[in-house]
Design a binder for this molecule. Structure first.
Ligand SMILES: CC(C)(COP(=O)(O)OP(=O)(O)OC[C@H]1O[C@@H](n2cnc3c(N)ncnc32)[C@H](O)[C@@H]1OP(=O)(O)O)[C@@H](O)C(=O)NCCC(=O)NCCS
Length: 215
């Protein structure tokens, strides 16, 4: 069942154990949440949409880090990147996504494999369905099913630190779970073949969210 959500939401997903924060990006305000370096970065954005998305992702991530640390000031948690380019703070991995007026951050402190993706469900060009999905995982080009699969692929690619440097066809939802090949499999092997699970929900309304997290 799809739950309506119009306001910021924080929840733990039971299968992956990841903590997720969904935040509206209509008019996020930094308040006192940013470090001096982050405040400088924020002032450098020229496109308002990108500024709001970046800020929304940071505020969501900092809220999770602050909560996990018993309410410490968000400005203490400066978010950088790990050596794969994944968002991280002092060795703790995070994942960030934004789409259609929402930002999402995910945290699972004990996991070094974590990726999350939020995607608005919308009709796409026929080539999108043809180029990025195996016919076995998407027999019919239907927007909601395809958006769910796309969110899974991006979540796994983010957990692998590859982003779209891997091809979406390298990640396939099969009968026994997620199957990897090509660059995605090479990176997973290089990471020590971590066991992981993937969880998806049609949340917020009109979107799919996917999380990939180490077990
Ligand atoms: C990661 C990627 C798939 C995100 O795609 P998207 O559809 O724009 O995005 P989302 O909103 O869901 O996610 C964006 C977030 O992914 C995160 N991200 C970026 N690179 C990442 C990586 N290598 N691994 C994991 N997460 C990454 C960032 O936190 C980013 O948000 P921020 O810039 O506001 O901090 C895409 O940016 C990508 O492929 N990046 C890696 C390749 C790359 O950097 N290419 C540069 C080409 S010039």
């Amino acid at each position: 069942m799809t739950r309506a959500a119009t306001t910021d939401t924080t929840e733990t997903w039971p299968e992956t154990g990841a903590r997720l924060r969904f935040l509206r990006t209509d008019a996020p305000e930094p308040g006192e949440a940013l470090s001096p370096a982050e405040t400088l970065r924020l002032s450098a954005f020229r496109l308002d949409k990108r500024r709001r998305e970046w800020l929304g992702g940071r505020l969501a991530a900092k809220a999770l880090l602050s909560e996990a640390a018993g309410g410490a000031a968000p400005a203490l948690f400066e978010i950088g990147m790990d050596h794969y380019g994944r968002p991280a703070c002092r060795g703790t991995l995070l994942s960030i996504s934004h789409s259609g007026g929402w930002a999402l951050a995910a945290l699972k402190p004990e996991s070094d494999f974590l990726g999350a993706d939020l995607e608005k469900i919308e009709e796409r060009h026929p080539a999108w369905y043809a180029d990025y999905f195996h016919s076995s995982e998407l027999p019919v080009p239907e927007p909601s099913a395809a958006t769910r699969l796309w969110a899974i692929k991006e979540a796994v690619m983010k957990a692998l630190g590859l982003g779209l440097m891997a091809h979406p066809l390298d990640i396939k939802e099969g009968e026994k779970g997620i199957e990897l090949k090509g660059k995605a499999r090479d990176r997973w092997l290089a990471m020590g073949s971590p066991a992981f699970s993937v969880e998806t929900r049609p949340f917020p309304e009109g979107f799919w969210t996917a999380v990939a997290a180490g077990k």
